[in-house]
Design a binder for this molecule. Structure first.
Ligand code: MV4
Length: 502
């Protein structure tokens, strides 16, 4: 086993990987930019090295610098986390060439799957259902119109090198097609350095469901079931669940089987995620493979009991998987909320600054993966994810009740966060009923814009009542024994509710 691992990342995921290293007796080495000198992951690691100034391009994305640091520190392996260099085959290859181990898939599989049309090829070869459309990139206008005719409208033009909603363009009628194609190509070239674009039929009101897989270097590939990721805002996931409230064991088995077949065909090793769209008739279609550990991995960990980061490290060190497919069971329901330094009342504007108070929730069924502490200043230079709140319950109802309680308990002051937004979602009828699809967040805001005035009136009444209680308590301190004062927890909850509204 490795004795030292360099973590080429920051924030909550760096902290998560440090924890796995500690439990395995491995010494964690951190890197940081000048903006992160005081960051939590730096404090928790055994060693930490500055790799450059705040911009990621000059620090967390510097491949040669990071590999040099790993070598000089005597690390045998590099864990890339997610984002930054995690899905860069050039980096994975350079790590290998330097005689170090990249904790992730081989660079060949990563390069192959980074190309969506090649991934579609592989899926088709193993008989996996793919979204109807073109398998090859569109070469010319003639082919464009022929394929579009075959697929029908509306259709999507997607960049072969894109993914996660980047480089997607909706085309509703034939007269938009030529202009959309040219724009999609030039956007793809600008964003990914490759202009290849292909066509997909639009799946209406889809759900976004992904299957977690693990493959070792001994030919074993298993799946750990699905995550429901349909609640997104501008292609940014906000809430994830395991299992999906709309899946059944049969669908899980079929999707899991397809995911393993695609991974095997691609020569995939380590942890990966196979994404699907699921339509209203529960037909599922392969979308793409993410060749990394995902932000939302904890919900799968909780429901299956598998430590995904530990397995990633074991696999990279050449160990076989520590369990077989038939040993995996899914118990209860886990839900994750991504807590961002964004202001939900101001169109999710970034909200950097100093964290004044920090008191995360605890107690039964609560896990917090966080990269922050009180007094730390959240830099503006990176992804605004501060923390992930994950809850578990025997049933979805129990998990939602816990989530509501934990969100009310969560104190993170000094900056704006998305906590108040989640406090409203957990009380939303549609969410509670499990009516999740990719239109959920828009519907939520639309409903709320109608319900808001009532909410404000109710809040005004709450403020008046709270002020009255407090003032009469002060005025009648001696007489106060007659009427027990309100529980501080209730007051706290009300202020939380008020803050979320104002
Ligand atoms: C689609 C689609 C409908 N039909 N593809 C957006 C993210 C990326 N992973 C794929 N995305 C979509 N691809 C076809 N053929 C609708 C979406 C989509 C979406 C998917 C998942 C979660 C939220 C979404 C929001 C808008 C569009």
């Amino acid at each position: 086993m490795f004795t030292k691992i360099l973590i080429a990342n920051r924030g909550e995921i760096a902290v998560r990987i440090i924890r796995a290293c500690r439990e395995m007796g491995i010494s964690p080495v951190a890197i940081f930019s000048q903006a992160d000198e005081r960051a939590l992951h730096v404090r928790l690691a055994d060693e930490a090295y500055c790799v450059g100034p705040p911009p990621a391009m000059e620090s967390y994305l510097r491949m040669e610098t990071i590999i040099d640091v790993a070598r000089q520190a005597g690390a045998q392996a590099i864990h890339p986390g997610y984002g930054f260099l995690a899905e860069n085959p050039e980096f994975a290859r350079a790590v290998e060439d330097a005689g170090l181990v990249f904790i992730g898939p081989g660079w060949e599989a990563m390069a192959l799957l980074g190309n969506k049309t090649r991934a579609r090829h592989i899926a088709r070869r193993v008989g996996a259902p793919i979204v109807p459309g073109s398998i090859e990139p569109i070469k010319d206008r003639h082919e464009l119109h022929r394929q579009a005719q075959a697929v029908g409208y509306p259709l999507l033009l997607k960049a072969a090198a894109g993914g996660g909603g980047k480089g997607m363009r909706l085309v509703s009628s034939p007269d938009e097609l030529d202009a959309a194609f040219r724009m999609a190509q030039s956007e793809a070239r600008a964003a990914f350095g490759q202009e290849a674009v292909y066509i997909e039929k639009v799946i209406q009101r889809p759900r976004h469901i992904e299957i977690q897989i693990l493959g070792d270097h001994h030919g074993n590939i298993v799946h750990l079931g699905e995550r429901e990721c349909s609640i997104q805002r501008r292609h940014q996931k906000v809430i994830e669940e395991c299992p999906s409230p709309l899946n059944d064991p049969d669908l899980r088995q079929r999707m899991g089987d397809v995911a393993c077949r695609i991974a095997r065909e691609a020569g995939y090793q380590n942890a990966g995620t196979v994404e699907f769209l699921v339509d209203e008739q529960k037909n599922f279609y392969f979308l793409e493979i993410n060749t990394r550990l995902q932000v939302e991995h904890p919900v799968t960990e909780w429901v299956t009991g598998v430590d995904l980061v530990r397995e990633q490290i074991r696999i990279a060190a050449g160990h076989p998987l520590s369990f077989r497919q038939d040993e995996i069971q899914w118990r209860g329901v886990a839900i994750e909320c991504r807590i961002y330094a964004e202001d939900p009342e101001r169109e999710f504007m970034p909200s950097p600054g100093r964290i004044a108070r920090y008191r995360p929730p605890m107690g039964p069924g609560v896990r917090v993966d966080s990269g922050v502490y009180a007094g730390w200043e959240v830099p503006l230079d990176y992804d605004p994810l501060l923390s992930k709140l994950i809850v578990w319950g025997r049933t979805r109802t129990e998990a939602i009740e816990r989530l509501g309680r934990a969100l009310d308990e969560y104190v993170l002051d000094g900056i704006r966060t998305t906590i108040p937004f989640y406090r409203q979602i957990v009380r939303d009828r549609e969410f509670i009923a499990g009516h999740l699809d990719t239109g959920y967040v828009d519907r939520f805001f639309h409903r709320r814009s109608w319900e808001e005035p009532e909410g404000l009136l109710r809040d005004a009444a709450l403020i008046a009542a709270a002020l009255h209680t407090r003032q009469s308590a002060v005025a009648n301190q001696t007489a106060d024994h007659r009427r027990p004062s309100e529980s501080p927890w209730k007051t706290q909850g009300r202020w939380a509710l008020l803050n979320s509204r104002l």
